[in-house]
Design a protein around this ligand. Structure first.
Ligand SMILES: N[C@@H](CCC(=O)N[C@@H](CS)C(=O)NCC(=O)O)C(=O)O
Length: 219
């Protein structure tokens, strides 16, 4: 199967959670916008039953949107999830929790709305980040440190991405929030995916993405 991934070409964003799974499995895929521009992606948004937002994946005749949904589909096909229904649902549940967590990270720099520039919501961003770092971040970290992830799966890859992103965005706060299992997972994935992570295919974190480094928002 040749997969076609549709996601913005300049950022890791939510597309990266899919890229990591495809790369880890050595899957045959095309990162469409990066090679053909974003017009092709826009055309899908105009379709009657197209996706609401990116990332979305084209797999044969299937057109699949929502990050967690895409991973739910890809997991067993890429050897990154078991076929057993109970385990798959558990992984899907964890991935949806990661999606919630990611929205909270985004909202640290855009707490009022995506229609405003960061500079227009700096004060609120500071309040929101403070609350996120003090209350929400440790809750999520403790949760994922505690739960049973089972055999290596796409959830391990997504957790790696969360920790990498948080270290990029909040290096000071993350020093206070070291979690042994999550760090071990991070090193494990770094070794597994070294070739991809050091290649040009891995877009660097930047100030357009979900994880952004504004020192004034860090601890
Ligand atoms: N719940 C969706 C969220 C998708 C989403 O918000 N994608 C962003 C890019 S990272 C987007 O295209 N937003 C445009 C919009 O919401 O209008 C997922 O996890 O995939």
């Amino acid at each position: 199967m040749r997969y076609q991934l549709y996601y913005w070409g300049e950022i890791q964003g939510r597309g990266e959670f899919i890229r990591l799974a495809l790369e880890d499995a050595g899957a045959d895929y095309k990162d469409v916008v990066r090679s053909a521009g974003s017009d092709v992606m826009d055309a899908y948004f105009k379709k009657r039953n197209g996706p609401f937002a990116c990332p979305f994946l084209k797999a044969g005749r299937l057109l699949i949107g929502q990050t967690a949904n895409i991973l739910h589909y890809l997991g067993p096909r890429l050897g990154l999830a078991p076929k057993d229904e109970a385990r798959r649902l558990w992984l899907h549940q964890l991935q949806l929790t990661i999606a919630d967590w990611l929205v909270e990270v985004h909202d640290t720099h855009h707490p009022i709305g995506s229609g405003f520039y960061y500079e227009q919501q700096k004060k609120e961003a500071r309040r929101r980040s403070k609350d996120f770092l003090k209350n929400r971040l440790p809750m999520y970290l403790d949760y994922f440190e505690r739960v049973d992830l089972g055999k290596f799966s796409y959830v391990n890859l997504s957790l790696f991405q969360m920790i990498e992103g948080l270290e990029y965005a909040f290096p000071r706060a993350m020093k206070r929030h070291r979690r042994r299992k999550l760090l071990e997972n991070r090193y494990r994935v770094r070794i597994r995916l070294e070739k991809y992570l050091t290649s040009e295919r891995r877009i660097a974190f930047n100030q357009l993405g979900i994880f952004r480094r504004y020192p004034e928002l860090d601890a």
